[in-house]
Design a protein around this ligand. Structure first.
Ligand code: MTE
Length: 402
């Protein structure tokens, strides 16, 4: 039997065992980062992690690679508590992550390539951004005809306050050359079989935006494992795939990264397409920012309510634009009424909204539709595409009032 020679060895072995246990109740799996992180000066690490897939009422879309959807009734707080924040993984989460051993390398088109430890990263000036993160595939199951891929309902979207150093401060330290036009992120995911690693890039302009972060914290606490501990990219207003988790490498490139998660993954046809149309790769572009969209979080589809006052409520977001209006229809889209927008707001974050309705007995189809500061309104028919990205038709629930 292997002996444990030091506290460090002990922690390493506990870590390996805990992460290998995978689906086992994993308070243990967080015991290691807690101990190490405290030594690195994280203030208080009662990590509010969600350990078992499906715990806390999350909808499990995949057990193989943890994919958890937030039930819409949880869209009732402006900031989503971390255990209720959706999770999207393309492959296995890193089985061993240690705050002490983790390194972030920064190089490529750079005069001064550098490597940062977590304690060095945590010493950099931090900035916070409240961001609504939405998976490009959110709502995929609602496209008609249906398309293959994870059959997300409405809840592959959540909102949190992300904090960490600005990416541009790190890039400036690395002295990016004028030839640098794109910034690539590599995650530490464990790649099963022949699946290509999770690597994507963003254009240099977005990388230098003052709100693009290397986030270490979410809602004031260090990132949990599911959300990219110890650091992730946070590219606000853009599809979730832009925000690489378990970040280990930042590389400045002369041109867009070429790889599975840039092409064929996460691309959208340049022109509208119909089911069955052949779409040539050169007639597509990479997905960047999110659409304008709203979701009804109550009443729930299929609800049976008493007549009288009913509060129809939900959330609406628009990527890099702001929500200016949410309308609610209680008659299947024939007439629309203005909802009241919640007072919590921040660029890139969703707005909660409410419409107070006096309901009489009957069966109703209730819809919500948002409009943003660019004049975009949710279209009656969303742009169908072969990968089922960016579904954004008005939301709809059917209810009965007694
Ligand atoms: N980063 C890595 N390394 N691996 C991944 O599979 N998934 C991406 C992105 N970053 C992913 C990743 C996708 S598709 C989304 S929608 C977001 O992470 C989801 O972030 P979350 O799990 O914190 O909600």
């Amino acid at each position: 039997m292997k002996t444990i020679n030091s506290r460090r060895d002990f922690l390493r072995q506990v870590s390996a065992a805990a992460f290998a246990a995978g689906a086992a109740p994993s308070l243990l799996s967080w015991a290691l980062p807690v101990a190490r992180n405290q030594s690195l000066g994280f203030p208080d690490l009662a990590v509010p992690g969600l350990d078992l897939p499906g715990e806390d009422g999350m909808i499990v879309r995949s057990f193989r690679f943890v994919d958890l959807e937030t039930p819409v009734e949880y869209f009732n707080t402006w900031l989503t508590p971390v255990p209720h924040f959706f999770v999207r993984n393309h492959m296995h989460e890193p089985s061993e992550l240690s705050a002490e051993d983790w390194r972030l390398t920064v190089g490529g088109e750079s005069e001064r390539p550098l490597t940062l430890t977590l304690s060095e990263l945590l010493k950099l000036k931090t900035h916070s951004v409240v961001n609504t993160l939405e998976c490009a595939g959110n709502g995929r199951s609602l496209h008609r005809p249906q398309v293959p891929g994870v059959q997300w309902g409405k809840g592959a979207v959540s909102t949190a306050r992300f904090s960490g150093p600005r990416l541009r401060d790190i890039l400036q330290r690395a002295a990016v050359k004028s030839s640098g036009k794109h910034v690539m992120f590599r995650g530490l995911d464990e790649v099963p079989g022949k699946v290509p690693p999770f690597i994507r890039s963003i254009p240099i302009e977005k990388a230098f935006d003052s709100d693009t972060l290397v986030a270490t914290h979410m809602n004031g606490a260090p990132l949990t494992k599911h959300h990219g501990f110890p650091a992730r990219a946070l590219v606000p207003g853009w599809i979730g795939a832009a925000s690489c988790k378990w970040l280990t490498e930042i590389k400045v490139l002369e041109s867009e990264f070429v790889g599975n998660f840039m092409s064929p993954g996460y691309r959208f046809p340049d022109q509208p397409v119909k089911p069955g149309d052949a779409v040539r790769p050169e007639d597509t572009h990479p997905l960047t920012e999110l659409n304008v969209k709203s979701v009804i979080s109550g009443p729930l589809n299929g609800a049976s309510l008493k007549s009288g006052k009913v509060s129809v409520h939900g959330a609406a977001w628009a990527g890099e634009a702001d929500i200016v209006k949410v309308e609610v229809s209680t008659d299947g889209g024939a007439n629309w009424n203005r909802a009241t927008l919640g007072h919590d707001q921040s660029h890139y974050a969703w707005r909660l909204w409410t419409y107070e309705w006096k309901a009489k007995g009957g069966d109703y189809s209730i819809l919500s539709r948002a409009t943003d500061s660019r004049g975009r309104t949710q279209p009656d028919t969303p742009a169908w595409n072969p990968s089922g990205y960016l579904y954004n038709a008005p939301d709809q629930v059917k209810i009965h009032v007694a």
